[in-house]
Design a protein around this ligand. Structure first.
Ligand code: AMP
Ligand code: ZN
Ligand code: FE
Ligand code: FE
Length: 281
């Protein structure tokens, strides 16, 4: 696997991607990938569908992207190969999904109150699994209110702390790193420098996360400009963290292609050698 193509961050219809899990694995094989990680938001709902459809020659790392925060700043934690029957971890993910439903309902209520032609039924229909802002954004596109999902992610609409944005539950990231480790999984800080989405945590938080057992930083990500990647590589070296890369594929909800950013085989092996909750398929 010395020149393997490995993409460790993808979304499906189990959360806010537009590709069903069984289609994702087929498209990954067609794109010439050797391994992908399935990392839907706050859920393992897509695991079995992806596993059952796994084409020969493609390895599947089962994971999730978990909604966390530190010091009031939102951040995303990629968790890989944890045990999906770990009750403390699964209970927290259930709470996160329930909070997402309440929050999406709240955003729709605020839109409806201002006469924007969207409805909760419409959003429910668009969300097959974990509900997220991209589903509300799709409803806004469907109703002709905005012309693209990206346009909905602005301060006038549902961009971070925007006019119709609503808060939802987030778990303290140090607690979550512990829960994932206790469930035999390993963690990587997703897009740590994605500043265009909102505030990002400072270096001290990365130090706290490293001390709590974080395994890596996702450096090569579509939302990171070159200077951010260079800075993050330095931080990773300082804290002995692995450096990963991934597309954060969301199907038609984003323009990035599967495999547009990759993780090296050496990092892949080292990262996964620390996990014992699930196996790579
Ligand atoms: P939520 O988790 O419900 O708060 O929604 C955040 C999701 O929206 C993340 O998965 C992002 O990938 C996605 N997202 C954030 N900004 C944008 C954008 N500008 N265009 C499309 N999707 C976005
Ligand atoms: Zn997403
Ligand atoms: Fe994310
Ligand atoms: Fe993501």
């Amino acid at each position: 696997m010395s020149r393997a193509r490995i993409d460790l961050h993808t979304h499906t219809t189990a959360s806010d991607g537009t590709t069903p899990p069984e289609v994702l694995v087929r498209e990954a094989a067609e794109a010439g990938l050797d391994a992908i990680a399935l990392t839907d938001h706050d859920t393992v709902a897509g695991w079995d569908r992806a596993a059952d459809a796994l084409p020969p020659g493609l390895s599947l790392v089962r994971g999730a992207e978990i909604s966390c925060a530190r010091n009031g700043i939102s951040l995303h934690l990629l968790a890989y190969l944890f045990d999906p029957t770990s009750t403390p971890l699964m209970d927290r993910m259930t709470e996160l999904r329930e909070s997402r439903v309440r929050r999406a309902e709240q955003m729709v209520r605020m839109l409806v109150a201002d006469g924007v032609p969207v409805s909760w039924e419409q959003v429910r229909e668009l969300a097959d699994g974990t509900v997220g802002r991209p589903h509300v954004a799709q409803a806004l596109v469907e109703s002709g209110v905005v012309s693209s999902v990206a346009e909905a992610f602005t301060p006038e609409w549902i961009g971070s702390h925007g006019r119709y944005w609503g808060h939802r539950l987030e778990i303290d990231v140090v607690e979550m790193i512990g829960l994932v480790r206790d469930a035999g999984g390993v963690t990587v800080f997703a897009h740590p420098g994605a500043a265009a989405r909102g505030r990002v945590v400072g270096d001290a938080v990365i130090a706290d996360m490293a001390a709590a057992g974080l395994a890596g930083l996702e450096v090569d990500h579509p939302d990171h400009p070159p200077e951010t990647r260079a800075r993050l590589r330095g931080l990773a070296a300082q804290h002995s963290l692995l450096v990963t890369g991934a597309s954060d594929f969301h199907g038609r909800n984003k323009t990035v292609r599967l495999g547009e950013h990759l993780t090296s085989s050496d990092v892949f092996e080292e990262l996964l050698s620390g996990a014992s909750g699930s196996v790579v398929l």
